[in-house]
Design a protein around this ligand. Structure first.
Ligand SMILES: [Zn+2]
Length: 227
């Protein structure tokens, strides 16, 4: 049986993600793993009003071990996606965000989101300031569960990434435990927002040559024209 603390924590985190705009309109979600079982929210509920007794507990193979008393509740649409990150990366928690920053980032890049030379990159596991941070972008599907195959393929193809963006949709981020997953998701969201703003101002987001590269400067079209 999943601990009541973990179920309460899923609800508490979902509330804070709702406040950040990551989980409005019942979208987004989070799961937390406890050994060989995973606590997940139900599908289609208001993320800021969930209660611990509404949580599902699932085995790593996706079978339901414990379900809430309310027969109207179904497991999260994200279940198979959460379980893919757990299976391939031994994740302890997975966060799915519908953040507007993640969504906009998927519209500005083709198959890979890329940034370099931003302090917050150091917050991403294994990365330093000058590294090129790449996050794969997969195309959205009509139903969330149909994303599982392409999400798994992206996880395998990008072993350094601990996030996958979904075009016109949002992002999946994972970590070794819920604290790590949360901090990774916060760093990614900041970087998605920074990249969108940089692109808006004509500043390159990814400059392999380094920050001394003159191309890093913003377009000076608004600069004063006098000597
Ligand atoms: Zn979603």
């Amino acid at each position: 049986m999943a601990s009541p603390e973990t179920s309460a924590l899923v609800c508490e985190l979902a509330r804070s993600f709702y406040e950040l705009g990551w989980a409005s309109g019942t979208g987004g979600g989070i799961c937390i793993r406890e050994g060989d079982r995973v606590v997940m929210a139900p599908s289609g509920v208001q993320k800021e009003r969930m209660r611990p007794e509404q949580m599902f507990t699932m085995a790593l193979d996706g079978s339901v071990l414990e379900r809430p008393e309310d027969p109207g509740l179904r497991p999260s649409e994200c279940s198979s996606l959460f379980l893919a990150a757990i299976k391939h990366r031994d994740a302890g928690a997975v966060i799915h965000s519908h953040s507007i920053h993640a969504l906009m980032a998927t519209l500005l890049f083709d198959s890979e989101f890329c940034v370099s030379h931003l302090e917050m990159i150091k917050g991403i596991e294994g990365m330093s300031f000058g590294d090129r941070l790449v996050v794969p972008i997969i195309d959205n599907t009509a139903r969330e569960c149909d994303l599982a195959e392409s999400l798994e393929a992206a996880i395998v193809a990008y072993p350094r990434a601990n996030a996958v963006l979904v075009r016109r949709h949002g992002v999946y981020v994972w970590g070794r435990d819920w604290i790590h997953a949360k901090t990774q998701a916060e760093c990614y969201d900041y970087l998605f927002r920074a990249a969108v703003e940089m692109r808006r101002m004509g500043i390159p987001t990814c400059v392999p040559g380094g920050i001394s590269d003159a191309s890093l400067s913003p377009r000076r079209s608004d600069a004063p024209d006098h000597p």
